[in-house]
Design a binder for this molecule. Structure first.
Ligand SMILES: C[S@@+](CC[C@H](N)C(=O)[O-])C[C@H]1O[C@@H](n2cnc3c(N)ncnc32)[C@H](O)[C@@H]1O
Length: 435
């Protein structure tokens, strides 16, 4: 890697970590780091468009910020087979690299288009307000074909959202103002539903039912809803303008494979990449597609399609082929419960398939960078990075090192001194090189 001191589009490039290599000889050595401290040029995790869309368990941008600069040359390509909301893609284009993004979640197409590839610099607040007025006056209704809709929305809210989404579907999705309004409505989808919008999972809480019912009794409830959308749209437009300004001369882009299984998607026609940079789902994972049902339905993904994709989600699908590494076997031997053994099997089988598939795009000498936790399953700690390293080592990948991001441990240590001295487990960046 050549050292760089130049300005990186909007952010000063100021660091070079750990000399040239990350402990290549240290087989079992884990180097503690704190990504938030070493990547100081990132002002906050939501800078620019990182916070545009809600997404649980996002990468902190510091990690891909470090990886794309360290493991990919300018103008090159990186790939993320579990792209989620596109954090890797955004960090790649900000560093003047390109990204191939894959996720089972069809919403990735919208995230990539708006959060990463948006390049319109001349949006005007006055014009946005004009488009908002059109939206609010919409008489075209779009009701998603979804059996359970009234469980999640009171009738009045459903009627309003159906008209607003009807307007979105009747307009050109490439229009920058339509993109701004669509992103604002995606916030309203959650905010004005009966799901607890502060919880990562989709569920109706008593607190939220109470809040919505009180809100609907106020005479100006609709005005409040419109005000929320106006404020969201203005904020989103400001962020998109800043992004477009920062990226106005870069030809770099993200290409999204949205709504596909990263274990099986055909990548043979893709550009060759220099790094796989990714954070797979957690072992005891979030059900992402369930979490995003509201947005999926409003943006027009049919219920049957969502169900079909849910069957492919890691770790909820069954694995039919064997999986084995020494550490994996050790953990399984200690597990008593068959359901947990099945979970482990499904998780590692499909996560490694997805990583292998993404790694077929890697040039030789390219890097595999996987950010994972070490969760505890039935009291037994599962060192995910070690299992992945053992799996990939016999397949022509050299172990370069593991960086342990210790920030969470420290934070929780302070907050939960007596309850759990280790706090939440740290996360680990496994780095391997394709020979
Ligand atoms: C931890 S999240 C990634 C978050 C992402 N790094 C970000 O910053 O937004 C894991 C992702 O894996 C995706 N996923 C789960 N099973 C998958 C599969 N079989 N193929 C592709 N993606 C899958 C989920 O939809 C989820 O977005």
């Amino acid at each position: 890697m050549k050292p760089k001191v130049a300005e990186v589009k909007g952010l000063p490039y100021q660091y070079r970590l750990f000399g040239e290599e990350v402990s290549p000889a240290a087989e079992s050595r884990v180097t503690p780091v704190c990504f938030r401290e070493i990547v100081r040029e990132i002002p906050d995790t939501n800078y620019l468009t990182h916070g545009l869309f809600y997404y649980p368990a996002k990468f902190i941008p510091h990690v891909p910020h470090y990886c794309v600069r360290r493991f990919c040359s300018e103008g090159g390509w990186v790939i993320d087979p579990f792209a989620g909301s596109g954090t890797v893609g955004l960090e790649a284009v900000l560093a003047e690299r390109n990204a191939l993004l894959i996720d089972l979640n069809p919403l990735l197409a919208i995230y990539a288009e708006t959060k990463i590839n948006f390049r319109y610099t001349d949006l005007q607040a006055g014009e946005l307000l004009g488009w908002l007025n059109q939206l609010f006056a919409s008489q075209i209704a779009f009701y998603p074909q979804w059996s359970n809709l009234s469980y999640w929305y009171p009738e009045q809210v459903l009627e309003v959202l159906a008209r607003y989404w009807g307007w979105i579907h009747a307009h050109d999705p490439a229009n920058p103002y339509v993109q701004v309004l669509r992103a604002a409505l995606m916030r309203a989808n959650r905010r004005f539903s009966l799901t607890d919008h502060k919880a990562p999972k989709l569920f109706r809480s008593k607190r939220k039912l109470q809040e919505v019912s009180e809100w609907l009794q106020r005479p100006d409830w609709k005005e409040e809803m419109d005000q929320f959308i106006i404020q969201a749209a203005l904020e989103i437009m400001g962020r998109l303008q800043s992004l477009a300004q920062v990226l106005k001369t870069t030809p770099c882009r993200a290409i999204a494979f949205a709504g596909v299984d990263s274990a099986t998607v055909d990548l043979t026609e893709c550009p060759r990449t220099e790094a796989v940079i990714t954070s797979p789902p957690y072992l005891q994972a979030q059900e992402y597609l369930r979490t995003f049902k509201l947005d999926l339905f409003w943006t027009g993904v049919p219920e049957a399609k969502v169900r079909e994709l849910m069957r492919l989600e890691i770790p909820y699908r069954k694995a039919h082929q064997p999986f084995s590494t020494p550490t994996y076997e050790q953990v399984c031997a200690q597990l008593q419960r068959e359901d947990l053994k099945r979970l482990m099997h499904a998780y590692f089988y499909y996560t490694t398939r997805a990583l292998q598939n993404a790694a077929t795009t890697l040039k030789s000498g390219g890097h595999l960078c996987v950010f994972v936790g070490s969760p505890t399953v039935d009291g037994i700690q599962v060192e995910t990075w070690r299992i992945l390293a053992e799996f990939f080592a016999p397949q022509g990948f050299a172990f370069c090192g593991v960086l342990e991001d210790v920030i969470q441990t420290r934070q929780l240590f302070r907050q939960r001194k007596n309850k759990n001295p280790r706090g939440m487990e740290s996360e680990f960046l496994l780095i391997m090189r394709k020979e």
